[in-house]
Unconditional design. Structure first.
Length: 517
């Protein structure tokens, strides 16, 4: 199915921008800020800047900026975590250009935490042999960074924010080049088309494909599904990172609160219900082993002890230290009756990050001319089979800037497009009105993915889930509806199908993809 909607959709207005950036997280904002100010740029956000995975990011940004660290060491750690499937050239771009991006953020007044000497405070996370993680607001790096960049973006004259705007589809012309975007204005209750030659998808993750995730509720895979419908290639979709330490809550569904890996970086120890430090003999890095290894170790420990969670112990640190270093986590735990300096934190693995995504080159370009992708929605090759902690925010910066650079160069070289815009609404084929129960289908997909597409998978489970979700997709695509609920569940089902197909195709266990049979 080429488009989510059919020709019955009423288009109220046609807008025009040189560049459309979909998403107001770190990748989207940083890209918009680097588009040449001579050109108009529109940033679409499904809700607001405070509802994104970037805003919720706790840990920090990894870059080799300390005296005893080098980009080469950062590259080696990234390749090790990626389990042999990283694109080494892309990783080299990431680590070589990373330190300059941190300096750029400092110049943009991102309020990074400083030590007593006035230098950037640097911590360590899982998989890193050196301290190379900068952070802001203790454990609120994403929020503080997005706030600073959103202020700069809003202050510029060439960028237009469109809040509460649902991105539906990438529009292409007769040459299969980008020529626009179909959007829905939630406040006005109308569909609009933006004419543009350049669309940058920075829509973040796919957390709503699963029953429980650290992602916000808006993470329904909209960018990936729209790109796939437009002909872009999805790559490494089987690699879903489950964060080892989501805050356990009995019966919880929806968004899980994350206990940052930085807690283990500052000395936190994973313990089972007997109080045993079970990571001590499982990996040379112990509790700071790569996330896929830690997540599977927790799952096995839970199975062995008959529990649905383990514990994270940071009681060796003082109450004063913990409240200053991890203020967000400290407050959340306190509200739940957990005192970090005295109590163990109950934790369990939870869906956290899409390692794969829309395939791009080193300048964030896809195989669809004019379509770019940055951040979690992209598969740049830097993560391989398992993302190294805090490389994700750095990826947003490096490849967001590169996308903006390439787009700006193209606009300067050819400011007036030669290919005509077709009559876009006529391109949407008519379909019957869908009367499916979207809420029930969404829950069914999430249950299937939790059960069969989680930390540990089997061939039989993957095949069963794929058959079920393919049937759901057949039901959805046999009709059409202009409701947000329909389009979101269509996107969720599209992404779920891609994950399961990729997981079945990769028979060997590697990184975040683990098959028992």
């Amino acid at each position: 199915m080429r488009y989510a909607l059919d020709q019955s959709v009423p288009i109220r207005s046609y807008l025009s921008f040189d560049v459309v950036v979909v998403g107001s997280g770190l990748a989207g904002l940083y890209t918009a800020l680097h588009i040449d100010e001579a050109y108009t740029c529109c940033v679409l956000t499904k809700e607001g800047v405070d509802l994104s995975s970037s805003w919720l990011a706790q840990g920090g940004i990894a870059a080799a900026i300390s005296g005893d660290d080098t980009p080469l060491l950062h590259l080696e750690d990234t390749l090790i975590a990626g389990a042999g499937l990283c694109d080494a050239v892309a990783v080299k771009v990431l680590v070589d250009e990373g330190p300059a991006e941190i300096k750029n953020l400092v110049s943009m007044n991102v309020p990074f935490d400083l030590n007593e000497f006035g230098d950037l405070e640097i911590t360590r996370e899982g998989g890193h042999r050196k301290r190379r993680i900068v952070h802001a607001g203790g454990d609120a790096t994403g929020r503080e960074t997005v706030k600073a960049l959103a202020y700069l973006t809003a202050s510029g004259s060439s960028v237009t924010f469109m809040g509460r705007t649902f991105f539906l589809d990438v529009l292409t012309d007769q040459d299969d080049c980008v020529c626009g975007a179909l959007i829905y204005d939630e406040d006005e209750g109308c569909f609009n088309i933006i004419r543009t030659r350049y669309v940058v998808i920075a829509t973040g993750g796919i957390g709503q494909v699963y029953k429980t995730s650290t992602n916000p509720e808006v993470s329904t895979g909209d960018g990936l599904a729209a790109a796939a419908r437009a002909g872009a290639k999805l790559k490494h979709m089987e690699f879903i990172q489950f964060h080892p330490t989501g805050l356990w809550d009995p019966g919880q569904t929806g968004r899980a609160f994350l206990i940052s890996e930085a807690v283990r970086g500052e000395g936190g120890i994973l313990r089972n219900r007997k109080g045993e430090a079970f990571m001590a003999h499982l990996h040379p890095l112990r509790d700071l082993a790569p996330r896929d290894i830690v997540a599977r170790a927790i799952i096995r420990e839970m199975e062995k002890t008959g529990t649905d969670h383990v514990f994270l112990d940071i009681t060796e640190k003082s109450d004063q230290y913990l409240s200053m270093r991890f203020p967000t986590i400290y407050r959340e735990c306190m509200e739940r009756g957990i005192i970090l300096s005295k109590d163990y934190i109950p934790v369990c693995p939870v869906q956290h990050y899409l390692i794969g995504g829309i395939e791009t080159n080193l300048y964030a370009e896809t195989c669809v001319p004019g379509l770019y992708v940055c951040g979690e929605a992209a598969s740049t090759g830097v993560h391989g089979a398992n993302r190294l902690a805090s490389n994700s925010m750095l990826e947003c910066l490096v490849f967001g800037r590169r996308a903006a650079q390439r787009i700006s160069e193209a606009l300067r070289a050819n400011p007036n497009p030669s290919h005509p815009h077709p009559n876009l609404p006529a391109a949407f084929p008519e379909r019957a009105h869908s009367r499916t129960d979207c809420s029930a289908l969404r829950l069914r997909i999430q249950s299937l993915m939790n059960e069969y597409g989680g930390v540990v998978r089997t061939e039989a489970g993957l095949r069963y889930a794929l058959d079920e979700i393919t049937s759901i997709l057949d039901k959805l695509t046999s009709g059409s509806s202009d409701t947000r609920a329909y389009i979101e569940v269509l996107n969720i089902a599209t992404v779920a199908q891609a994950i399961l197909e990729a997981a079945l195709a990769r028979e060997e266990s590697v990184g975040a993809h683990w098959r028992e049979s």
